[in-house]
Design a protein around this ligand. Structure first.
Ligand code: GLU
Length: 478
């Protein structure tokens, strides 16, 4: 089995492309096959600087590797089409020699006029085969001097068909296809020519890609036919759709893989989520690691309808995978999301207590900030519980400070009964009292569990912050 993933470096690697490569990867891995990465950069006008690096980074981050490359140094340098131009040029020449292709000298202007006329007549816009009938020797002579492209001689009739592994039987009439360009005037192949030659030369046994390429298949089949090659089986995966049912794009927010990393998503979660966007295991099970997927994913279970992007579901999986991490691993993953000067020992102490409460790794910073800075400014009105008032709250703070001051050692298991007792003594709910103390020590309404927060912050700092809250509240009605 030889599979390939063939991104064009036309922008940051998109989430839909990751889903496509994931399926290729799973298919190859479960059959002991080879996965090839091939950079399809023949459309030189559309190249974006840094796009190739973004593809490498993205794949590395999600844990997908490929197996084979053309260069010394092995698998990590992929095939790059622009390095293979003589291969495509030689093959295009072969088709000319076989009379299966021809030189076309039509100017851009002529093609534009042709197109406009066809549009005005409400006809299919297509090349009118103007150069197809130039005598072969004459065309060969002109090709030495004049700019030209090479076009495929498309037959007037016949049916082209595939048995797609996802969509089943699909067929086209050859008569609907124009004499397509296979080699451009700059000597670069078109995508169609390059993809067919490469898939053939690389011995690709299964072509698996996004369904936006289905429309290109008849063009490819004609090229296979012209060479006398057999097209391998194909699978076209449904598009990843936005919440509005249209293809997921920048309109729906960022779709670049790097953005998910920067936003604090775990690669495990993204892979789990993406795997299920277009594939259903047929059971209630939904949490899958990459290894699980290699075992259970089946091409037969890939759906033909597109999966809709659902950020809440991705967040859900992110929470699931965050909770699966060991504390040490969680701390390691949090590393890029917290300032370098924050004490790692403290981070490690609090990490298990925020693990349940984070949707993304990015959430951690705000949740635990109070442990690393005294600058927790908040609006003093937030200290007073709904059914209470300033004076009662002041009293609660004073008594909390006294009670907490007595506790030795200052650990959550001692803090809890003391504060529960105090709430009862004050005639307050536990929630109201905890809310006041939480605001006093963290400056926020939500955070890690309160007793653990107090323990990790330490007695001295906790008491100081409560004292500060008292001063703040005593300072006047606003
Ligand atoms: N280069 C195409 C892309 O950017 C891939 C087409 C294919 O897989 O055949 O998506």
């Amino acid at each position: 089995m030889r599979l390939r993933f063939a991104p064009s470096p036309t922008g940051a690697i998109h989430i839909g492309s990751v889903r496509t490569i994931l399926y290729n990867y799973l298919f190859a891995r479960q059959r002991g096959g080879v996965l090839i990465l091939r950079v399809e950069d023949t459309d030189q006008d559309r190249l974006v600087a840094g796009a190739i690096e973004s593809i490498y980074d993205g794949l590395h981050w999600v844990g997908i590797s490929w197996d084979e490359g053309p260069h010394e140094g092995g698998p990590h340098s992929p095939y790059v089409q622009s390095e293979r131009l003589p291969l495509y040029q030689g093959h295009a020449q072969e088709l000319i020699d076989k009379d299966a292709a021809y030189y076309c000298f039509c100017s851009k202007e002529r093609l534009a006029v042709l197109r406009a006329e066809q549009e005005a007549r409400h006809e299919l816009t297509r090349y009118d085969r103007h150069c197809r009938f130039i005598p072969v020797e004459e065309a060969a002579e002109r090709a030495k001097k004049e700019p030209h492209v090479i076009r495929l001689k498309v037959p007037d009739e016949g049916t082209l068909a595939i048995e797609d592994l996802v969509h089943g039987h699909i067929e086209w009439q050859a008569s609907t296809i124009e004499d397509q360009v296979i080699l451009k005037s700059d000597g670069f192949p078109t995508y169609h020519l390059a993809v067919v030659i490469d898939d053939h030369e690389m011995g690709i046994t299964h072509i698996m890609r996004g369904e936006e390429w289905i429309a290109s298949v008849p063009k490819h089949l004609l090229i296979y036919r012209a060479f006398g090659w057999e097209a391998p089986p194909m699978a076209h995966f449904p598009s990843v759709l936005g919440p509005d049912g249209k293809r997921l794009s920048k309109r729906h927010g960022s779709t670049a893989v790097s953005q998910f990393r920067d936003d604090g998503y775990l690669p495990e979660a993204l892979i789990n989520y993406l795997a299920l966007l277009g594939w259903s295991p047929g059971t209630e099970e939904e949490v899958f690691s990459m290894d699980d997927l290699v075992r259970v994913w089946k091409i037969e279970q890939v759906q033909s309808a597109g999966g809709k992007w659902d950020k809440e579901r991705l967040d859900y999986f992110n929470g699931v995978w965050i909770r699966k991490l060991s504390v040490d691993e969680l701390v390691r993953r949090l590393e890029p999301f917290v300032p370098a000067e924050w004490d790692r020992a403290v981070l490690k102490k609090i990490a298990p207590h925020i693990q349940e409460r984070m949707k993304t790794l990015k959430d951690a910073r705000e949740l635990i900030r109070f442990l690393f800075t005294d600058d927790i400014g908040f609006d003093k009105r937030l200290l007073i519980p709904k059914k209470s008032d300033r004076l009662t709250t002041l009293e609660a703070l004073a008594r909390a400070r006294a009670v907490l001051g007595e506790i030795e050692p200052f650990v959550a298991t001692n803090i809890e009964p003391a504060l529960v007792g105090l709430a009862t003594g004050l005639g307050w709910s536990k929630g109201d009292l905890n809310g006041v103390i939480r605001m006093a020590i963290t400056g926020r309404k939500v955070g890690p569990p309160l007793y653990e927060s107090l323990e990790v912050l330490g007695k001295e700092k906790s008491l100081k912050r409560i004292e500060k809250a008292q001063e703040l509240l005593a300072g006047g009605p606003d």
